[in-house]
Every structure is written in structure tokens, then in C-alpha cells.
Design a protein around this ligand. Structure first.
Ligand code: SAH
Length: 260
């Protein structure tokens, strides 16, 4: 099969109908740039009730996905030469743009979605990587899986109309992207910065770079405090402005909640 293959093991295949309504991602599906193969865990359930979950040994709340159906579903999937298996879990490595870029040169990603209290520990060995989409807990792995499918598909050649839009965007270079404006020139007394209508591309680029750094310092100084930026051409400027910038108030007067 041509195109990038996502094989997803899930108890809720219908959750993936969202992919049929996701703009450029849906177009990528229509153009066969990606194939999303859903493997309904229920079909691999045990007995006449197709049981997929059971109570945890040792007691405690909730139900746990049984290992046999997940194994059977996994074994039914044809593995392509360049394939990786990802297990969705809030205990995994927190997903970064770099991970999506790294996986985009594969042929196939197999995604295992948990539900309820999670899955029997003995399925962990199926996974090449355990991935979390953030430090919070969702009810199932479907939304994390859709996030991965969406983020990775954007990176595949042919998905975005203009591949240039991948170059500057947030998290690509550990800087957040600069602010965007479109018409009208004045909206509710707010004017587009003059430099953007100056036609001077050199100046526009340097304004954007500056805004990108400012914005990263204001919102996500953790991204910029790494060693690379200490060596960057702007390092002196960053050091001088750092404390001033992180106190800037943003947007409609809302504050960023600090991490505890
Ligand atoms: N009791 C488990 C959480 C279960 S949540 C624990 O404390 O670790 C149910 C399922 O939702 C998980 O098995 C996982 O597949 C998915 N899930 C929930 N939050 C997630 C997150 N942040 N990232 C990735 N998957 C998540």
C-alpha cells in the first residue's frame, strides 16, 4: 500500500471519524498520502460477550484491558519494513515536534490505545515507545492517537499546500512562531505593524526573528534556556532582556499560570 500507514488498535474506532473532517488531514487521506487502518479491539475479545477488560488483581477501582485481545489484534497487523509501535499512556515520554519529525520517515506507525484504568502491564513489551500527549489524564488513547496522526500527516510531503509553512512554525526550532496579521490593515483601532507592509523583506525577517524570541521568552522561557541559545547571535540581547520580558502581560489581560 502506498502512503504512510497508521494502524490503530482501539475499543472506540468511531472516535476516528473525526479524521474525516479535519481539513488538510482529510485531504491527505483522500489523496492516499496516508491510510488509517482501524483494528477494533472488540473483535478480538474473549467468549460470546467479546470481553476485553476485567477487574484488576489486588483490587482497586476501574477495569483493565486484558492482554490477550490486544496481543491478537497486534498480531493480525501486517508489519511494514519501517514500522514502530507506540503505546498511548500518560506515563510515557511527552510528545514533541521532534518525535513527529523523526517518525515521518517511517512507513508505518502502530498505535495502541488504552481505556478505563489502562491495560495489563504485560502488553508494554509490544511497544517501541510509550508516548504521552501531556501531563494530564484522558479517558482513552484515541485523542492522543488522533493528535499523532494529525501532527505527523502535516509533515508528509504533499499534505500542506505550501511546505514553506512548516519551516518557521512553533516548536520547529525550539522558538515559538512570530505573530501573524492579515487584512484589514486596521481592525477595531488595532493596526498591523508598519514593518509588515513596508515590503522590505530583510527587515521583515529580522522583525519576525526578534518577535519569535520575545514571544518565546515571554511564554516559554524553558524552551530558550537551553545551551544552543546561549551561543546564538541574539544571546546578548536575550540575556539583557530576559527578566523584563518574562514579566510582560499577554493577550486580553490573562496571565499564564505557572507550573507548580
Ligand atoms: N490509570 C492510568 C491512566 C489510564 S487513562 C495511569 O494512571 O497511568 C486510560 C487510557 O487513556 C490510558 O491507558 C492511555 O491509553 C490513555 N491516556 C490517558 N491520558 C493520556 C495521555 N496524557 N497521553 C497518552 N495517552 C493517554
Amino acid at each position: 500500500m502506498s502512503g504512510f500507514n497508521f494502524d490503530v488498535i482501539t475499543l472506540f474506532p468511531k472516535a476516528f471519524e473525526l479524521i474525516n473532517n479535519l481539513g488538510v488531514i482529510t485531504k491527505a487521506l483522500d489523496k492516499n498520502l496516508i491510510n488509517v487502518n482501524l483494528h477494533d479491539l472488540r473483535e478480538y475479545g474473549e467468549g460470546s460477550y467479546r470481553q476485553v477488560d476485567d477487574k484488576p488483581y489486588g483490587g482497586g477501582a476501574g477495569m483493565v484491558l486484558k492482554p490477550e485481545p490486544i496481543y491478537k489484534a497486534y498480531e493480525s497487523i501486517r508489519k511494514l519494513p519501517k514500522s514502530k509501535t507506540l503505546l498511548m499512556t500518560p506515563q510515557g515520554k511527552v510528545l514533541k515536534q521532534k518525535d513527529l519529525a523523526r517518525w515521518s520517515s517511517l512507513d508505518q506507525i502502530i498505535i495502541i490505545c488504552g481505556q478505563y484504568e489502562g491495560f495489563d502491564e504485560r502488553i508494554r513489551c509490544l511497544a517501541d515507545e510509550e508516548i504521552s500527549i501531556g501531563d494530564y489524564v484522558l479517558s482513552g488513547g484515541e485523542i492522543p492517537a488522533i493528535s499523532i496522526i494529525n501532527g505527523l500527516t502535516r509533515l508528509l510531503p504533499g499534505t500542506l499546500g505550501d511546505p514553506e509553512s512548516l519551516v518557521d512554525e512553533s516548536h520547529n526550532s525550539s522558538l515559538l512562531e512570530y505573530p501573524h496579521y492579515t487584512r484589514p490593515l486596521i481592525f477595531k483601532d488595532m493596526k498591523v505593524p508598519e514593518i509588515l507592509v513596508s515590503g522590505n523583506h530583510k527587515e521583515i525577517n529580522s522583525w519576525r526573528r526578534q518577535k519569535s524570541i520575545e514571544r518565546t521568552l515571554e511564554r516559554r522561557s524553558d524552551l530558550i534556556s537551553n545551551e544552543n541559545y546561549k551561543k546564538s547571535p541574539e544571546s546578548e540581547w536575550i540575556n539583557k532582556n530576559f527578566y523584563q520580558l518574562i514579566n510582560v502581560q499577554k493577550g486580553n489581560d490573562f496571565h499564564y499560570y505557572p507550573d507548580w
